[in-house]
Design a protein around this ligand. Structure first.
Ligand code: FMN
Length: 357
């Protein structure tokens, strides 16, 4: 079945190792303040993102849609996001654009007052591929209307496409196509686990996108996800590609620093705790994005998702208190240090040739 891969992704993400080998958040430390000089009860987590008010700077990043089991997942996520007051995105809406019967699995989001709803289409679908024409602006509008979205994520997932059977590997013209959509609709340019450089973020900003989700490396690796599918189908070349590119990309913390081009930024990619969220925000993100972390609770119940969100918020609040940050804005100015492999990345990237004496 065409969209069986959506169900495969869920099954693999629950049962197999799909994480990048290295956890880069361990290489970022916030500096403790022995006397925070504030009442923890007064720490204010409220945030504004794309003009919407959130109770905390947290977004449930795109996970799924387009198959039977996805409806329950999206409904549980939406119910909890509305109860807690955080944002949420749905997975790629391509299945529903190609087969309207599948829209139900996304529309469940509309049953709840989620403060920020993010639609989702793929950059590869905005240009013509071997076997199908490009989606146009009307498809994008339809995707947003399907869930009353406030902004449309255009995901950039070419790492996944190279490992996926019959992946959409024509990337020529994607930047222009994103620009054309961004002229008419609010667009969030979103990577899906391979991160972003400063140059890429600048090019996207010039095309008029309203925000960036860095989707950095260090969490779910879609090369790994597709590796498991390829092994299951005895696809030798694809499984080899999946294994080789398992850790491909730019670590999330570095992507945050790189992609800081003056646009609102969501930091997704390997965040697992509220402390990771605090680190992401101190590095410059506007909000922290959690994807695979929310999958198991979402398969269970809305209460399980809500419980998890409240724990993330408790951790984030504790980190803010211990660094003396009263607000999200103050957290963005909290000092941090970078150690280990991440500091090697930064030294290599930001190394400047000494000027001649
Ligand atoms: C099961 C699953 C399905 C996903 N599907 C999509 C998708 O359809 N569109 C998208 O933009 N990102 C998708 N993602 C990528 C996530 O939004 C996120 O960028 C990536 O998983 C890294 O975050 P994480 O380490 O918190 O999982 C998916 C992630 C998971 C775990």
């Amino acid at each position: 079945m065409k969209f069986a891969r959506k169900a495969d992704h869920i099954e693999i993400c629950i049962n197999k190792d799909v994480n990048s080998t290295k956890i880069y958040w361990d290489d970022v430390q916030l500096l403790h303040r022995a006397l925070p000089e504030l009442d923890m009860g007064s720490v204010d987590l409220s945030a504004e993102l794309f003009g919407k008010k959130l109770a905390a700077p947290i977004v449930i990043s795109a996970i799924t849609g387009g198959f039977e089991g996805a409806e329950k997942i999206n409904r549980n996520l939406a119910q909890a996001a509305a109860a807690v007051g955080v944002g949420m995105g749905v997975g790629s809406q391509r299945p529903a654009l190609e087969n309207p019967e599948l829209a139900l699995s996304y529309e469940a989001v509309k049953e709840f007052k989620v403060p920020l709803v993010i639609g989702n289409v793929g950059a590869p679908q905005l240009v013509a591929q071997k076997k199908r024409p490009a989606f146009g602006i009307e498809d994008c509008r339809k995707a947003m209307k399907m869930i009353d979205a406030d902004i449309l994520a255009v995901h950039m997932n070419f790492l996944q496409e190279i490992v996926q059977p019959e992946g959409d590997t024509n990337a020529a013209g994607c930047l222009e196509a994103i620009g054309a959509v961004a002229k008419q609709l609010p667009v969030l340019a979103k990577e899906t686990g391979a991160g972003m450089t400063s140059d890429m973020a600048h090019e996207l900003r010039m095309k008029g996108v309203k925000g960036i989700d860095v989707g950095g490396m260090g969490g779910t690796s879609f090369s790994a996800v597709e590796y498991h599918r390829a092994v299951g189908r005895s696809e030798a070349t694809l499984s080899r590609l999946g294994e080789t590119f398992w850790n491909w990309g730019i670590p999330t913390p570095l992507s945050i620093i790189e992609a800081d081009v003056g646009l609102p930024m969501i930091a997704t990619g390997g965040l697992w705790t509220g402390l990771d969220a605090a680190k992401a925000i101190s590095l410059g993100a506007s909000a922290a994005g959690f994807s695979r972390k929310m999958l198991a609770p979402a398969m269970e119940s809305a209460e399980a998702v809500e419980r998890e969100l409240r724990m993330l918020i408790a951790e984030l609040k504790a980190a803010m208190f211990l660094t003396g940050a009263r607000s999200v804005e103050e957290l963005q100015a909290v000092p941090y240090v970078v150690t280990g492999h991440l500091s090697e990345w930064m030294n290599a990237l930001y190394w400047e040739e000494p000027e001649d004496q």
